[in-house]
Design a protein around this ligand. Structure first.
Ligand code: CTP
Length: 401
């Protein structure tokens, strides 16, 4: 979604940088619109670097036809967020004054508007400001209330800009459709596991965590309460409710099973090692012979354990498994789905070089209760969306909930 982030001249303007980052982490595009006084608190360059877009600071910038620009932006944005909003700006919006780009954009757009006011306590309590806020509220504008505490001006009371996370959550609540995943608890595993066999060596695999992270981000976007259990990865984690870092399969097993009972959905996107060294040497192993034998033993199968518990009691979370295959993809995935009692099994052909491990795209086949569906090669974000569409369909049909 495209969000215009309006920033006005208040001491909380620096927090708007975090709001921009938070919105981006949730997969949105952000265009920053700063009032001239906002630029005295934070430089436009900061927002430009973060949003990777030109920051709009002036209605009459030479070279850009301002009128066309604000009308174009007004009709393309999905949401206008203003954080912080000063008493002055709130007054202008309430009264239809359009003397800068931001106040003009407000009049020109039909997108929902979310305002996070920030000002001195006395100003916030003033009759003039209260009336303006009521006018805007009656018009359908949504608000994130300021917090209480020490204000930069020395007062103690209500007026401090709300926390960036709360502003991002309020924006999400407006944007996300009230679908079946809303307020459901979803656990997603992602990334590889590393199985140590001495203090410096491990057996790992090529999973980057991208697929699982994309699912976690998309589930959060749909309003789910998301727990991400991640193996060792280097990519940036999405904004979710809880991130649990683990290293080996046994640790992941423990982390997932400790939380699974309270989940509505568990997505096992992690590439969990099937075998781990039977022993872990306490000191680094030195090379003595020409060959070396490592004894491996099976790791606990997390998905199979969850499936077993549910097959026995017909309770527990809806299960989505992944099957990385190099041949007979559908046949193997179908067999795995039955063996592990998963509702959906997402199979990907890891022999392809343009999909699967370490790349941005994926081409998957989803095996579910109503058959087999092959999806075209597309971004992992889109694949995540397609998988969660199927999960939502199953939730609506009341499968095991
Ligand atoms: N999985 C798991 N715990 C393990 C191994 C795998 O939960 N110890 C999960 C993976 O996260 C994935 C699914 O099981 O969702 C498929 O894993 P895979 O290793 O391909 O399945 P196996 O049944 O072990 O089949 P194979 O014989 O192909 O290894």
């Amino acid at each position: 979604m495209l969000i215009a982030l309006g920033v006005t001249g208040g001491i909380g303007a620096y927090k708007a940088v975090e709001v921009a980052r938070g919105l981006q982490k949730r997969g949105h595009e952000v265009v920053a619109v700063m009032t001239p006084s906002a630029t005295r608190f934070v430089g436009a360059i900061t927002f430009e670097a973060i949003t990777k877009r030109r920051v709009i600071t002036d209605q009459f910038e030479p070279g850009a036809n301002a009128d066309i620009e604000h009308i174009a932006l007004a009709s393309t944005i999905d949401l206008l967020v203003i954080a912080p909003a000063t008493a002055n700006l709130i007054g202008k919006l309430a009264n239809g004054i359009a003397d800068d780009f931001l106040s003009t954009l407000y009049l020109a757009t039909r997108a929902p508007v979310l305002i996070a006011p920030a000002m001195n306590t006395q100003m916030f309590a003033h009759e003039a400001v209260r009336r303006n806020l009521e006018t805007l509220e009656a018009r359908g504008v949504r608000f994130v209330d300021p917090g209480e505490g020490y204000l930069a001006c020395g007062w103690i009371g209500k007026g401090r800009l709300a926390e960036p996370d709360d502003i991002v959550a309020a924006a999400e609540a407006i944007l996300r459709p009230a679908g079946p995943l809303r307020d459901r608890r979803v656990l997603v595993t992602a990334g590889p596991t590393y199985e140590d066999f001495d203090p410096v060596r491990y057996i790992g695999n090529r999973s980057s965590g991208r697929m699982g992270f994309a699912i976690a981000a998309e589930a959060a976007r749909r309003g789910a309460e998301v727990t991400l259990v991640a193996g060792p990865t280097t990519i940036e984690t999405p904004a979710v409710n809880e991130v649990v870092r683990v290293r080996g399969a046994t640790e992941m097993h423990r982390a997932v099973l400790a939380r699974a009972d309270r989940m509505h959905v568990v997505v096992m996107a992690a590439a969990v090692a099937d075998y781990a060294p039977a022993e872990r040497a306490s000191r680094k192993l030195h090379k003595d012979d020409d060959t070396m034998t490592l004894v491996l033993k099976k790791t606990p199968d997390i998905l199979a354990d969850l499936g077993k518990r549910r097959a026995a009691s017909s309770e527990g979370p809806l299960l989505v498994g992944f099957a990385a295959e190099t041949e007979d993809v559908v046949a193997h995935a179908t067999a795995k789905r039955a063996r592990k009692h998963a509702d959906l099994m997402v199979a990907n052909d890891v022999s392809r070089s343009d999909a699967g491990f370490e790349v941005e795209d994926n081409a998957v086949t989803i095996v579910g209760p109503s058959g087999v569906e092959s999806l075209p090669l597309q971004s992992k974000a889109r694949v995540a969306s397609a998988i969660l569409d199927r999960v939502e369909q199953l939730l609506v049909r009341g499968v095991r909930l």
